[in-house]
Design a protein around this ligand. Structure first.
Ligand code: GAL
Length: 342
């Protein structure tokens, strides 16, 4: 187990630090202080090299040239908050809209926007990075919050992210990591195979806001109950505006919190996602464009698949989705695990 760090580059006038976590099996993860983003998650290959299972960009600035939040930490509220407001205990909090009249992924000053302080260590749990940030709050902002994200790479090839927050005023807390997987580095994930522990997904309106209704997956392209070739499922979505998936699945964690597994049939590579929460967004990068200069090439539809473990979004408006509130005096933590097999 080891950790290291170096100055990665500069972004908006400050140094961006790259923190690397490595285990004894040759698995490594590189996390940037900017946006808490996972720059690379590498599996060792038979020829002594490594395979990055995530989409990546060469520089920090590249990650911010498009609206796709590639691999970034997302919070305080993943997904869309309708009309940039939420109500807790009868009190309305107004925040800033950044997608039409709605607030997407925690708004313009969310977890993805800041340069976090970082500290590495090797502990009994594994190679560890702790990122911390105090969010100031103020008019148009989510209430002030202290947030910690701990990234642990363990001896069993699991990278776990634990998001912990406290706030002095009632707020929402529904963090995720916007990781885009591509297990092989091919220019499309159509050959890769996805299985999800879900029977329903959410109905959404034209603004992609959940209506509160659930739709059954069975008998539709949304049925990922068995390992399913993504290209086949995407072909079944060609009559939708999105021409692919950008959907919120209601997931049922197994005894070990497994909610999803992505695998490549041609190699031994697979990622299993563990989360105790009830939501997973699947976004097949349908709107990626040629002007995106990723390390594996120009952006194109279906170049990666974002698998975003979270609570069903906007749950203060739709309480049937569960509780995403964070109250003064409370500390809440959520963990997402990505287990790599190879
Ligand atoms: C997803 C969302 C998509 C898109 C993407 C980031 O979570 O569902 O509509 O906004 O994030 O670009």
């Amino acid at each position: 187990m080891q950790t290291s760090q170096h100055v990665f580059d500069q972004y908006e006038g400050h140094d961006v630090t790259a923190f690397q976590l490595t285990n004894d099996n040759g698995v490594s993860a590189t996390i940037l202080s900017q946006g808490g983003l996972i720059h690379e998650f590498n599996a060792p290959t038979a020829d002594g090299g490594h395979q990055n299972v995530l989409l990546s960009y060469p520089t920090t600035a590249d990650y911010y040239t498009n609206p796709f939040y590639v691999n970034m930490a997302i919070g305080t509220a993943a997904g869309r908050t309708k009309a940039a407001k939420f109500v807790i205990d009868g009190k309305q909090v107004d925040v800033t809209a950044n997608e039409g009249r709605n607030t997407l992924h925690g708004g313009p000053h969310g977890f993805s926007s800041v340069n976090w302080d970082g500290q590495t260590a090797v502990t009994d749990a594994g190679a560890t990075l702790t990122l911390t940030h105090h969010f100031e709050g103020g008019a148009g902002e989510f209430p002030a919050m202290d947030v910690t994200i701990t990234y642990v790479l363990d001896a069993n090839n699991t990278l776990s992210l634990t998001y912990t927050a406290t706030s002095e005023a009632p707020t929402v807390f529904n963090p995720t990591q916007h990781v885009y997987f591509n297990l092989t580095g091919a220019d499309s994930i159509r050959q890769q195979v996805l299985q999800l522990n879900t029977t329903r997904h959410l109905d959404v309106d034209a603004e992609k806001l959940p209506t509160g209704d659930y739709l059954d997956n069975a008998g539709t392209p949304f049925d990922f109950s068995k390992p399913t070739v993504l290209g086949d499922a995407i072909d079944g979505m060609q009559n939708t505006t999105e021409k692919g998936f950008d959907d919120i699945f209601e997931v049922k964690p197994d005894a070990d919190n497994t909610i999803a597994r992505l695998s490549d049939p041609d190699s031994q590579l697979a990622v299993t996602i563990h989360s105790s929460r009830n939501g997973l967004v699947v976004f097949t990068a349908n709107s990626f464009t040629d002007d995106m200069n990723l390390t594996i090439g120009h952006g194109k539809p279906n170049m990666g698949v974002a698998l975003e473990a979270q609570n069903l979004s906007d749950a203060t408006r739709l309480p049937q989705f569960g509780d995403i509130t964070l109250k003064p005096g409370e500390e809440k933590s959520y963990t997402i695990g990505y287990h790599l097999s190879f």
